[in-house]
Design a binder for this molecule. Structure first.
Ligand code: ADP
Length: 256
């Protein structure tokens, strides 16, 4: 089994994983910026150097994500939904529902018993309830999104936030701050409002018992617990949830 690379060129972050014997042995994420092909190529070079390996050791490179068409020379291009399903199933073969919260979209993926994607739903085009929404909120609150989870633990009376639209939520947050509502309560209010949006997107379809949350926003356990509460069930999060899609892409190369 060779050394495989999965590249996920997302709307917000470019992720790379190096996989050997189905194990993620090196990974890195950098913000998406112009010149994605060069950024991706540099990440591959950096990974090879860090692992003290050579280009000849590579079985192949697979590319997925919003910017997948921007990379030439990869052995394989795979769509995000297929890559996500593969990435989850490798670690959790009983997974039946995957909720992916990325920088600019929310995807609900359903898997059959044989691991095939049986249904797929995505939010509408606006960034409501996505990672971008939390980033906008973080700027107003002067708090990085990585602190949202820890801070939300200290919420004692979560704010009622009606909007998951980044534009409307901005004025709602400013007005809550002016009323003296604590940052912790505003953040937990944001988690709860996004959790409600996810539940609405799922609608009356069933969520399998084996449900997983991934994408960068799954690093925020305040959001994860709010989704669990809203859906009335446990939601699993694997280690490194932001890298599942890149990991699945690498796996799509198969074995040689
Ligand atoms: P995409 O593939 O669309 O670029 P990702 O799955 O990489 O999206 O997720 C990016 C989002 O993940 C960012 O918008 C950011 O808000 C969120 N994110 C990343 N790390 C964390 C963290 N530690 N806590 C909360 N949110 C995070």
């Amino acid at each position: 089994m060779g050394l495989k690379v999965g590249l996920d060129l997302g709307s917000t972050a470019i992720k790379v994983v190096f996989v050997e014997h189905n194990e993620m042995i090196w990974k890195k994420s950098v913000p998406t910026a112009p010149g994605q092909e060069k950024i991706a190529a540099d990440l591959v070079t950096e990974g090879l150097e860090a692992l003290d390996r050579h280009r000849d050791d590579l079985q192949g490179i697979a590319v997925t994500g919003y910017g997948k068409g921007l990379v030439n020379g990869a052995q394989k291009t795979v769509d995000e939904v297929t890559a996500n399903a593969l990435g989850i199933l490798l670690s959790a073969n009983k997974a039946r529902t995957v909720i992916n919260i990325g920088g600019q979209d929310i995807k609900i993926i359903r898997l059959s018993e044989t691991g095939k994607v049986s249904d797929f739903k995505m939010n509408d085009k606006c960034a409501a309830g996505t990672g971008r929404f939390f980033e906008v909120a973080g700027r107003i609150l002067d708090t990085p999104v990585s602190e949202f989870g820890p801070l939300s633990r200290d919420a004692d009376a979560p704010a009622k936030i009606n909007s998951t639209c980044a534009v409307f939520a901005e004025s709602e947050i400013v007005s809550l701050m002016a009323q003296g509502i604590t940052k912790e309560n505003i953040i937990q209010g944001l988690h709860e409002s996004v959790a409600r949006r996810i539940a609405n997107l799922i609608g009356n379809r069933e969520v399998a018992e084996e449900a997983y949350l991934d994408g960068g926003a799954a690093n925020n356990y305040g959001l994860v617990t709010a989704v669990e509460y809203e859906l009335c069930q446990d939601i699993h999060v694997l280690g490194h949830p932001q890298f599942t899609v890149a990991y699945g892409a690498a796996h799509s190369l198969g074995d040689s």
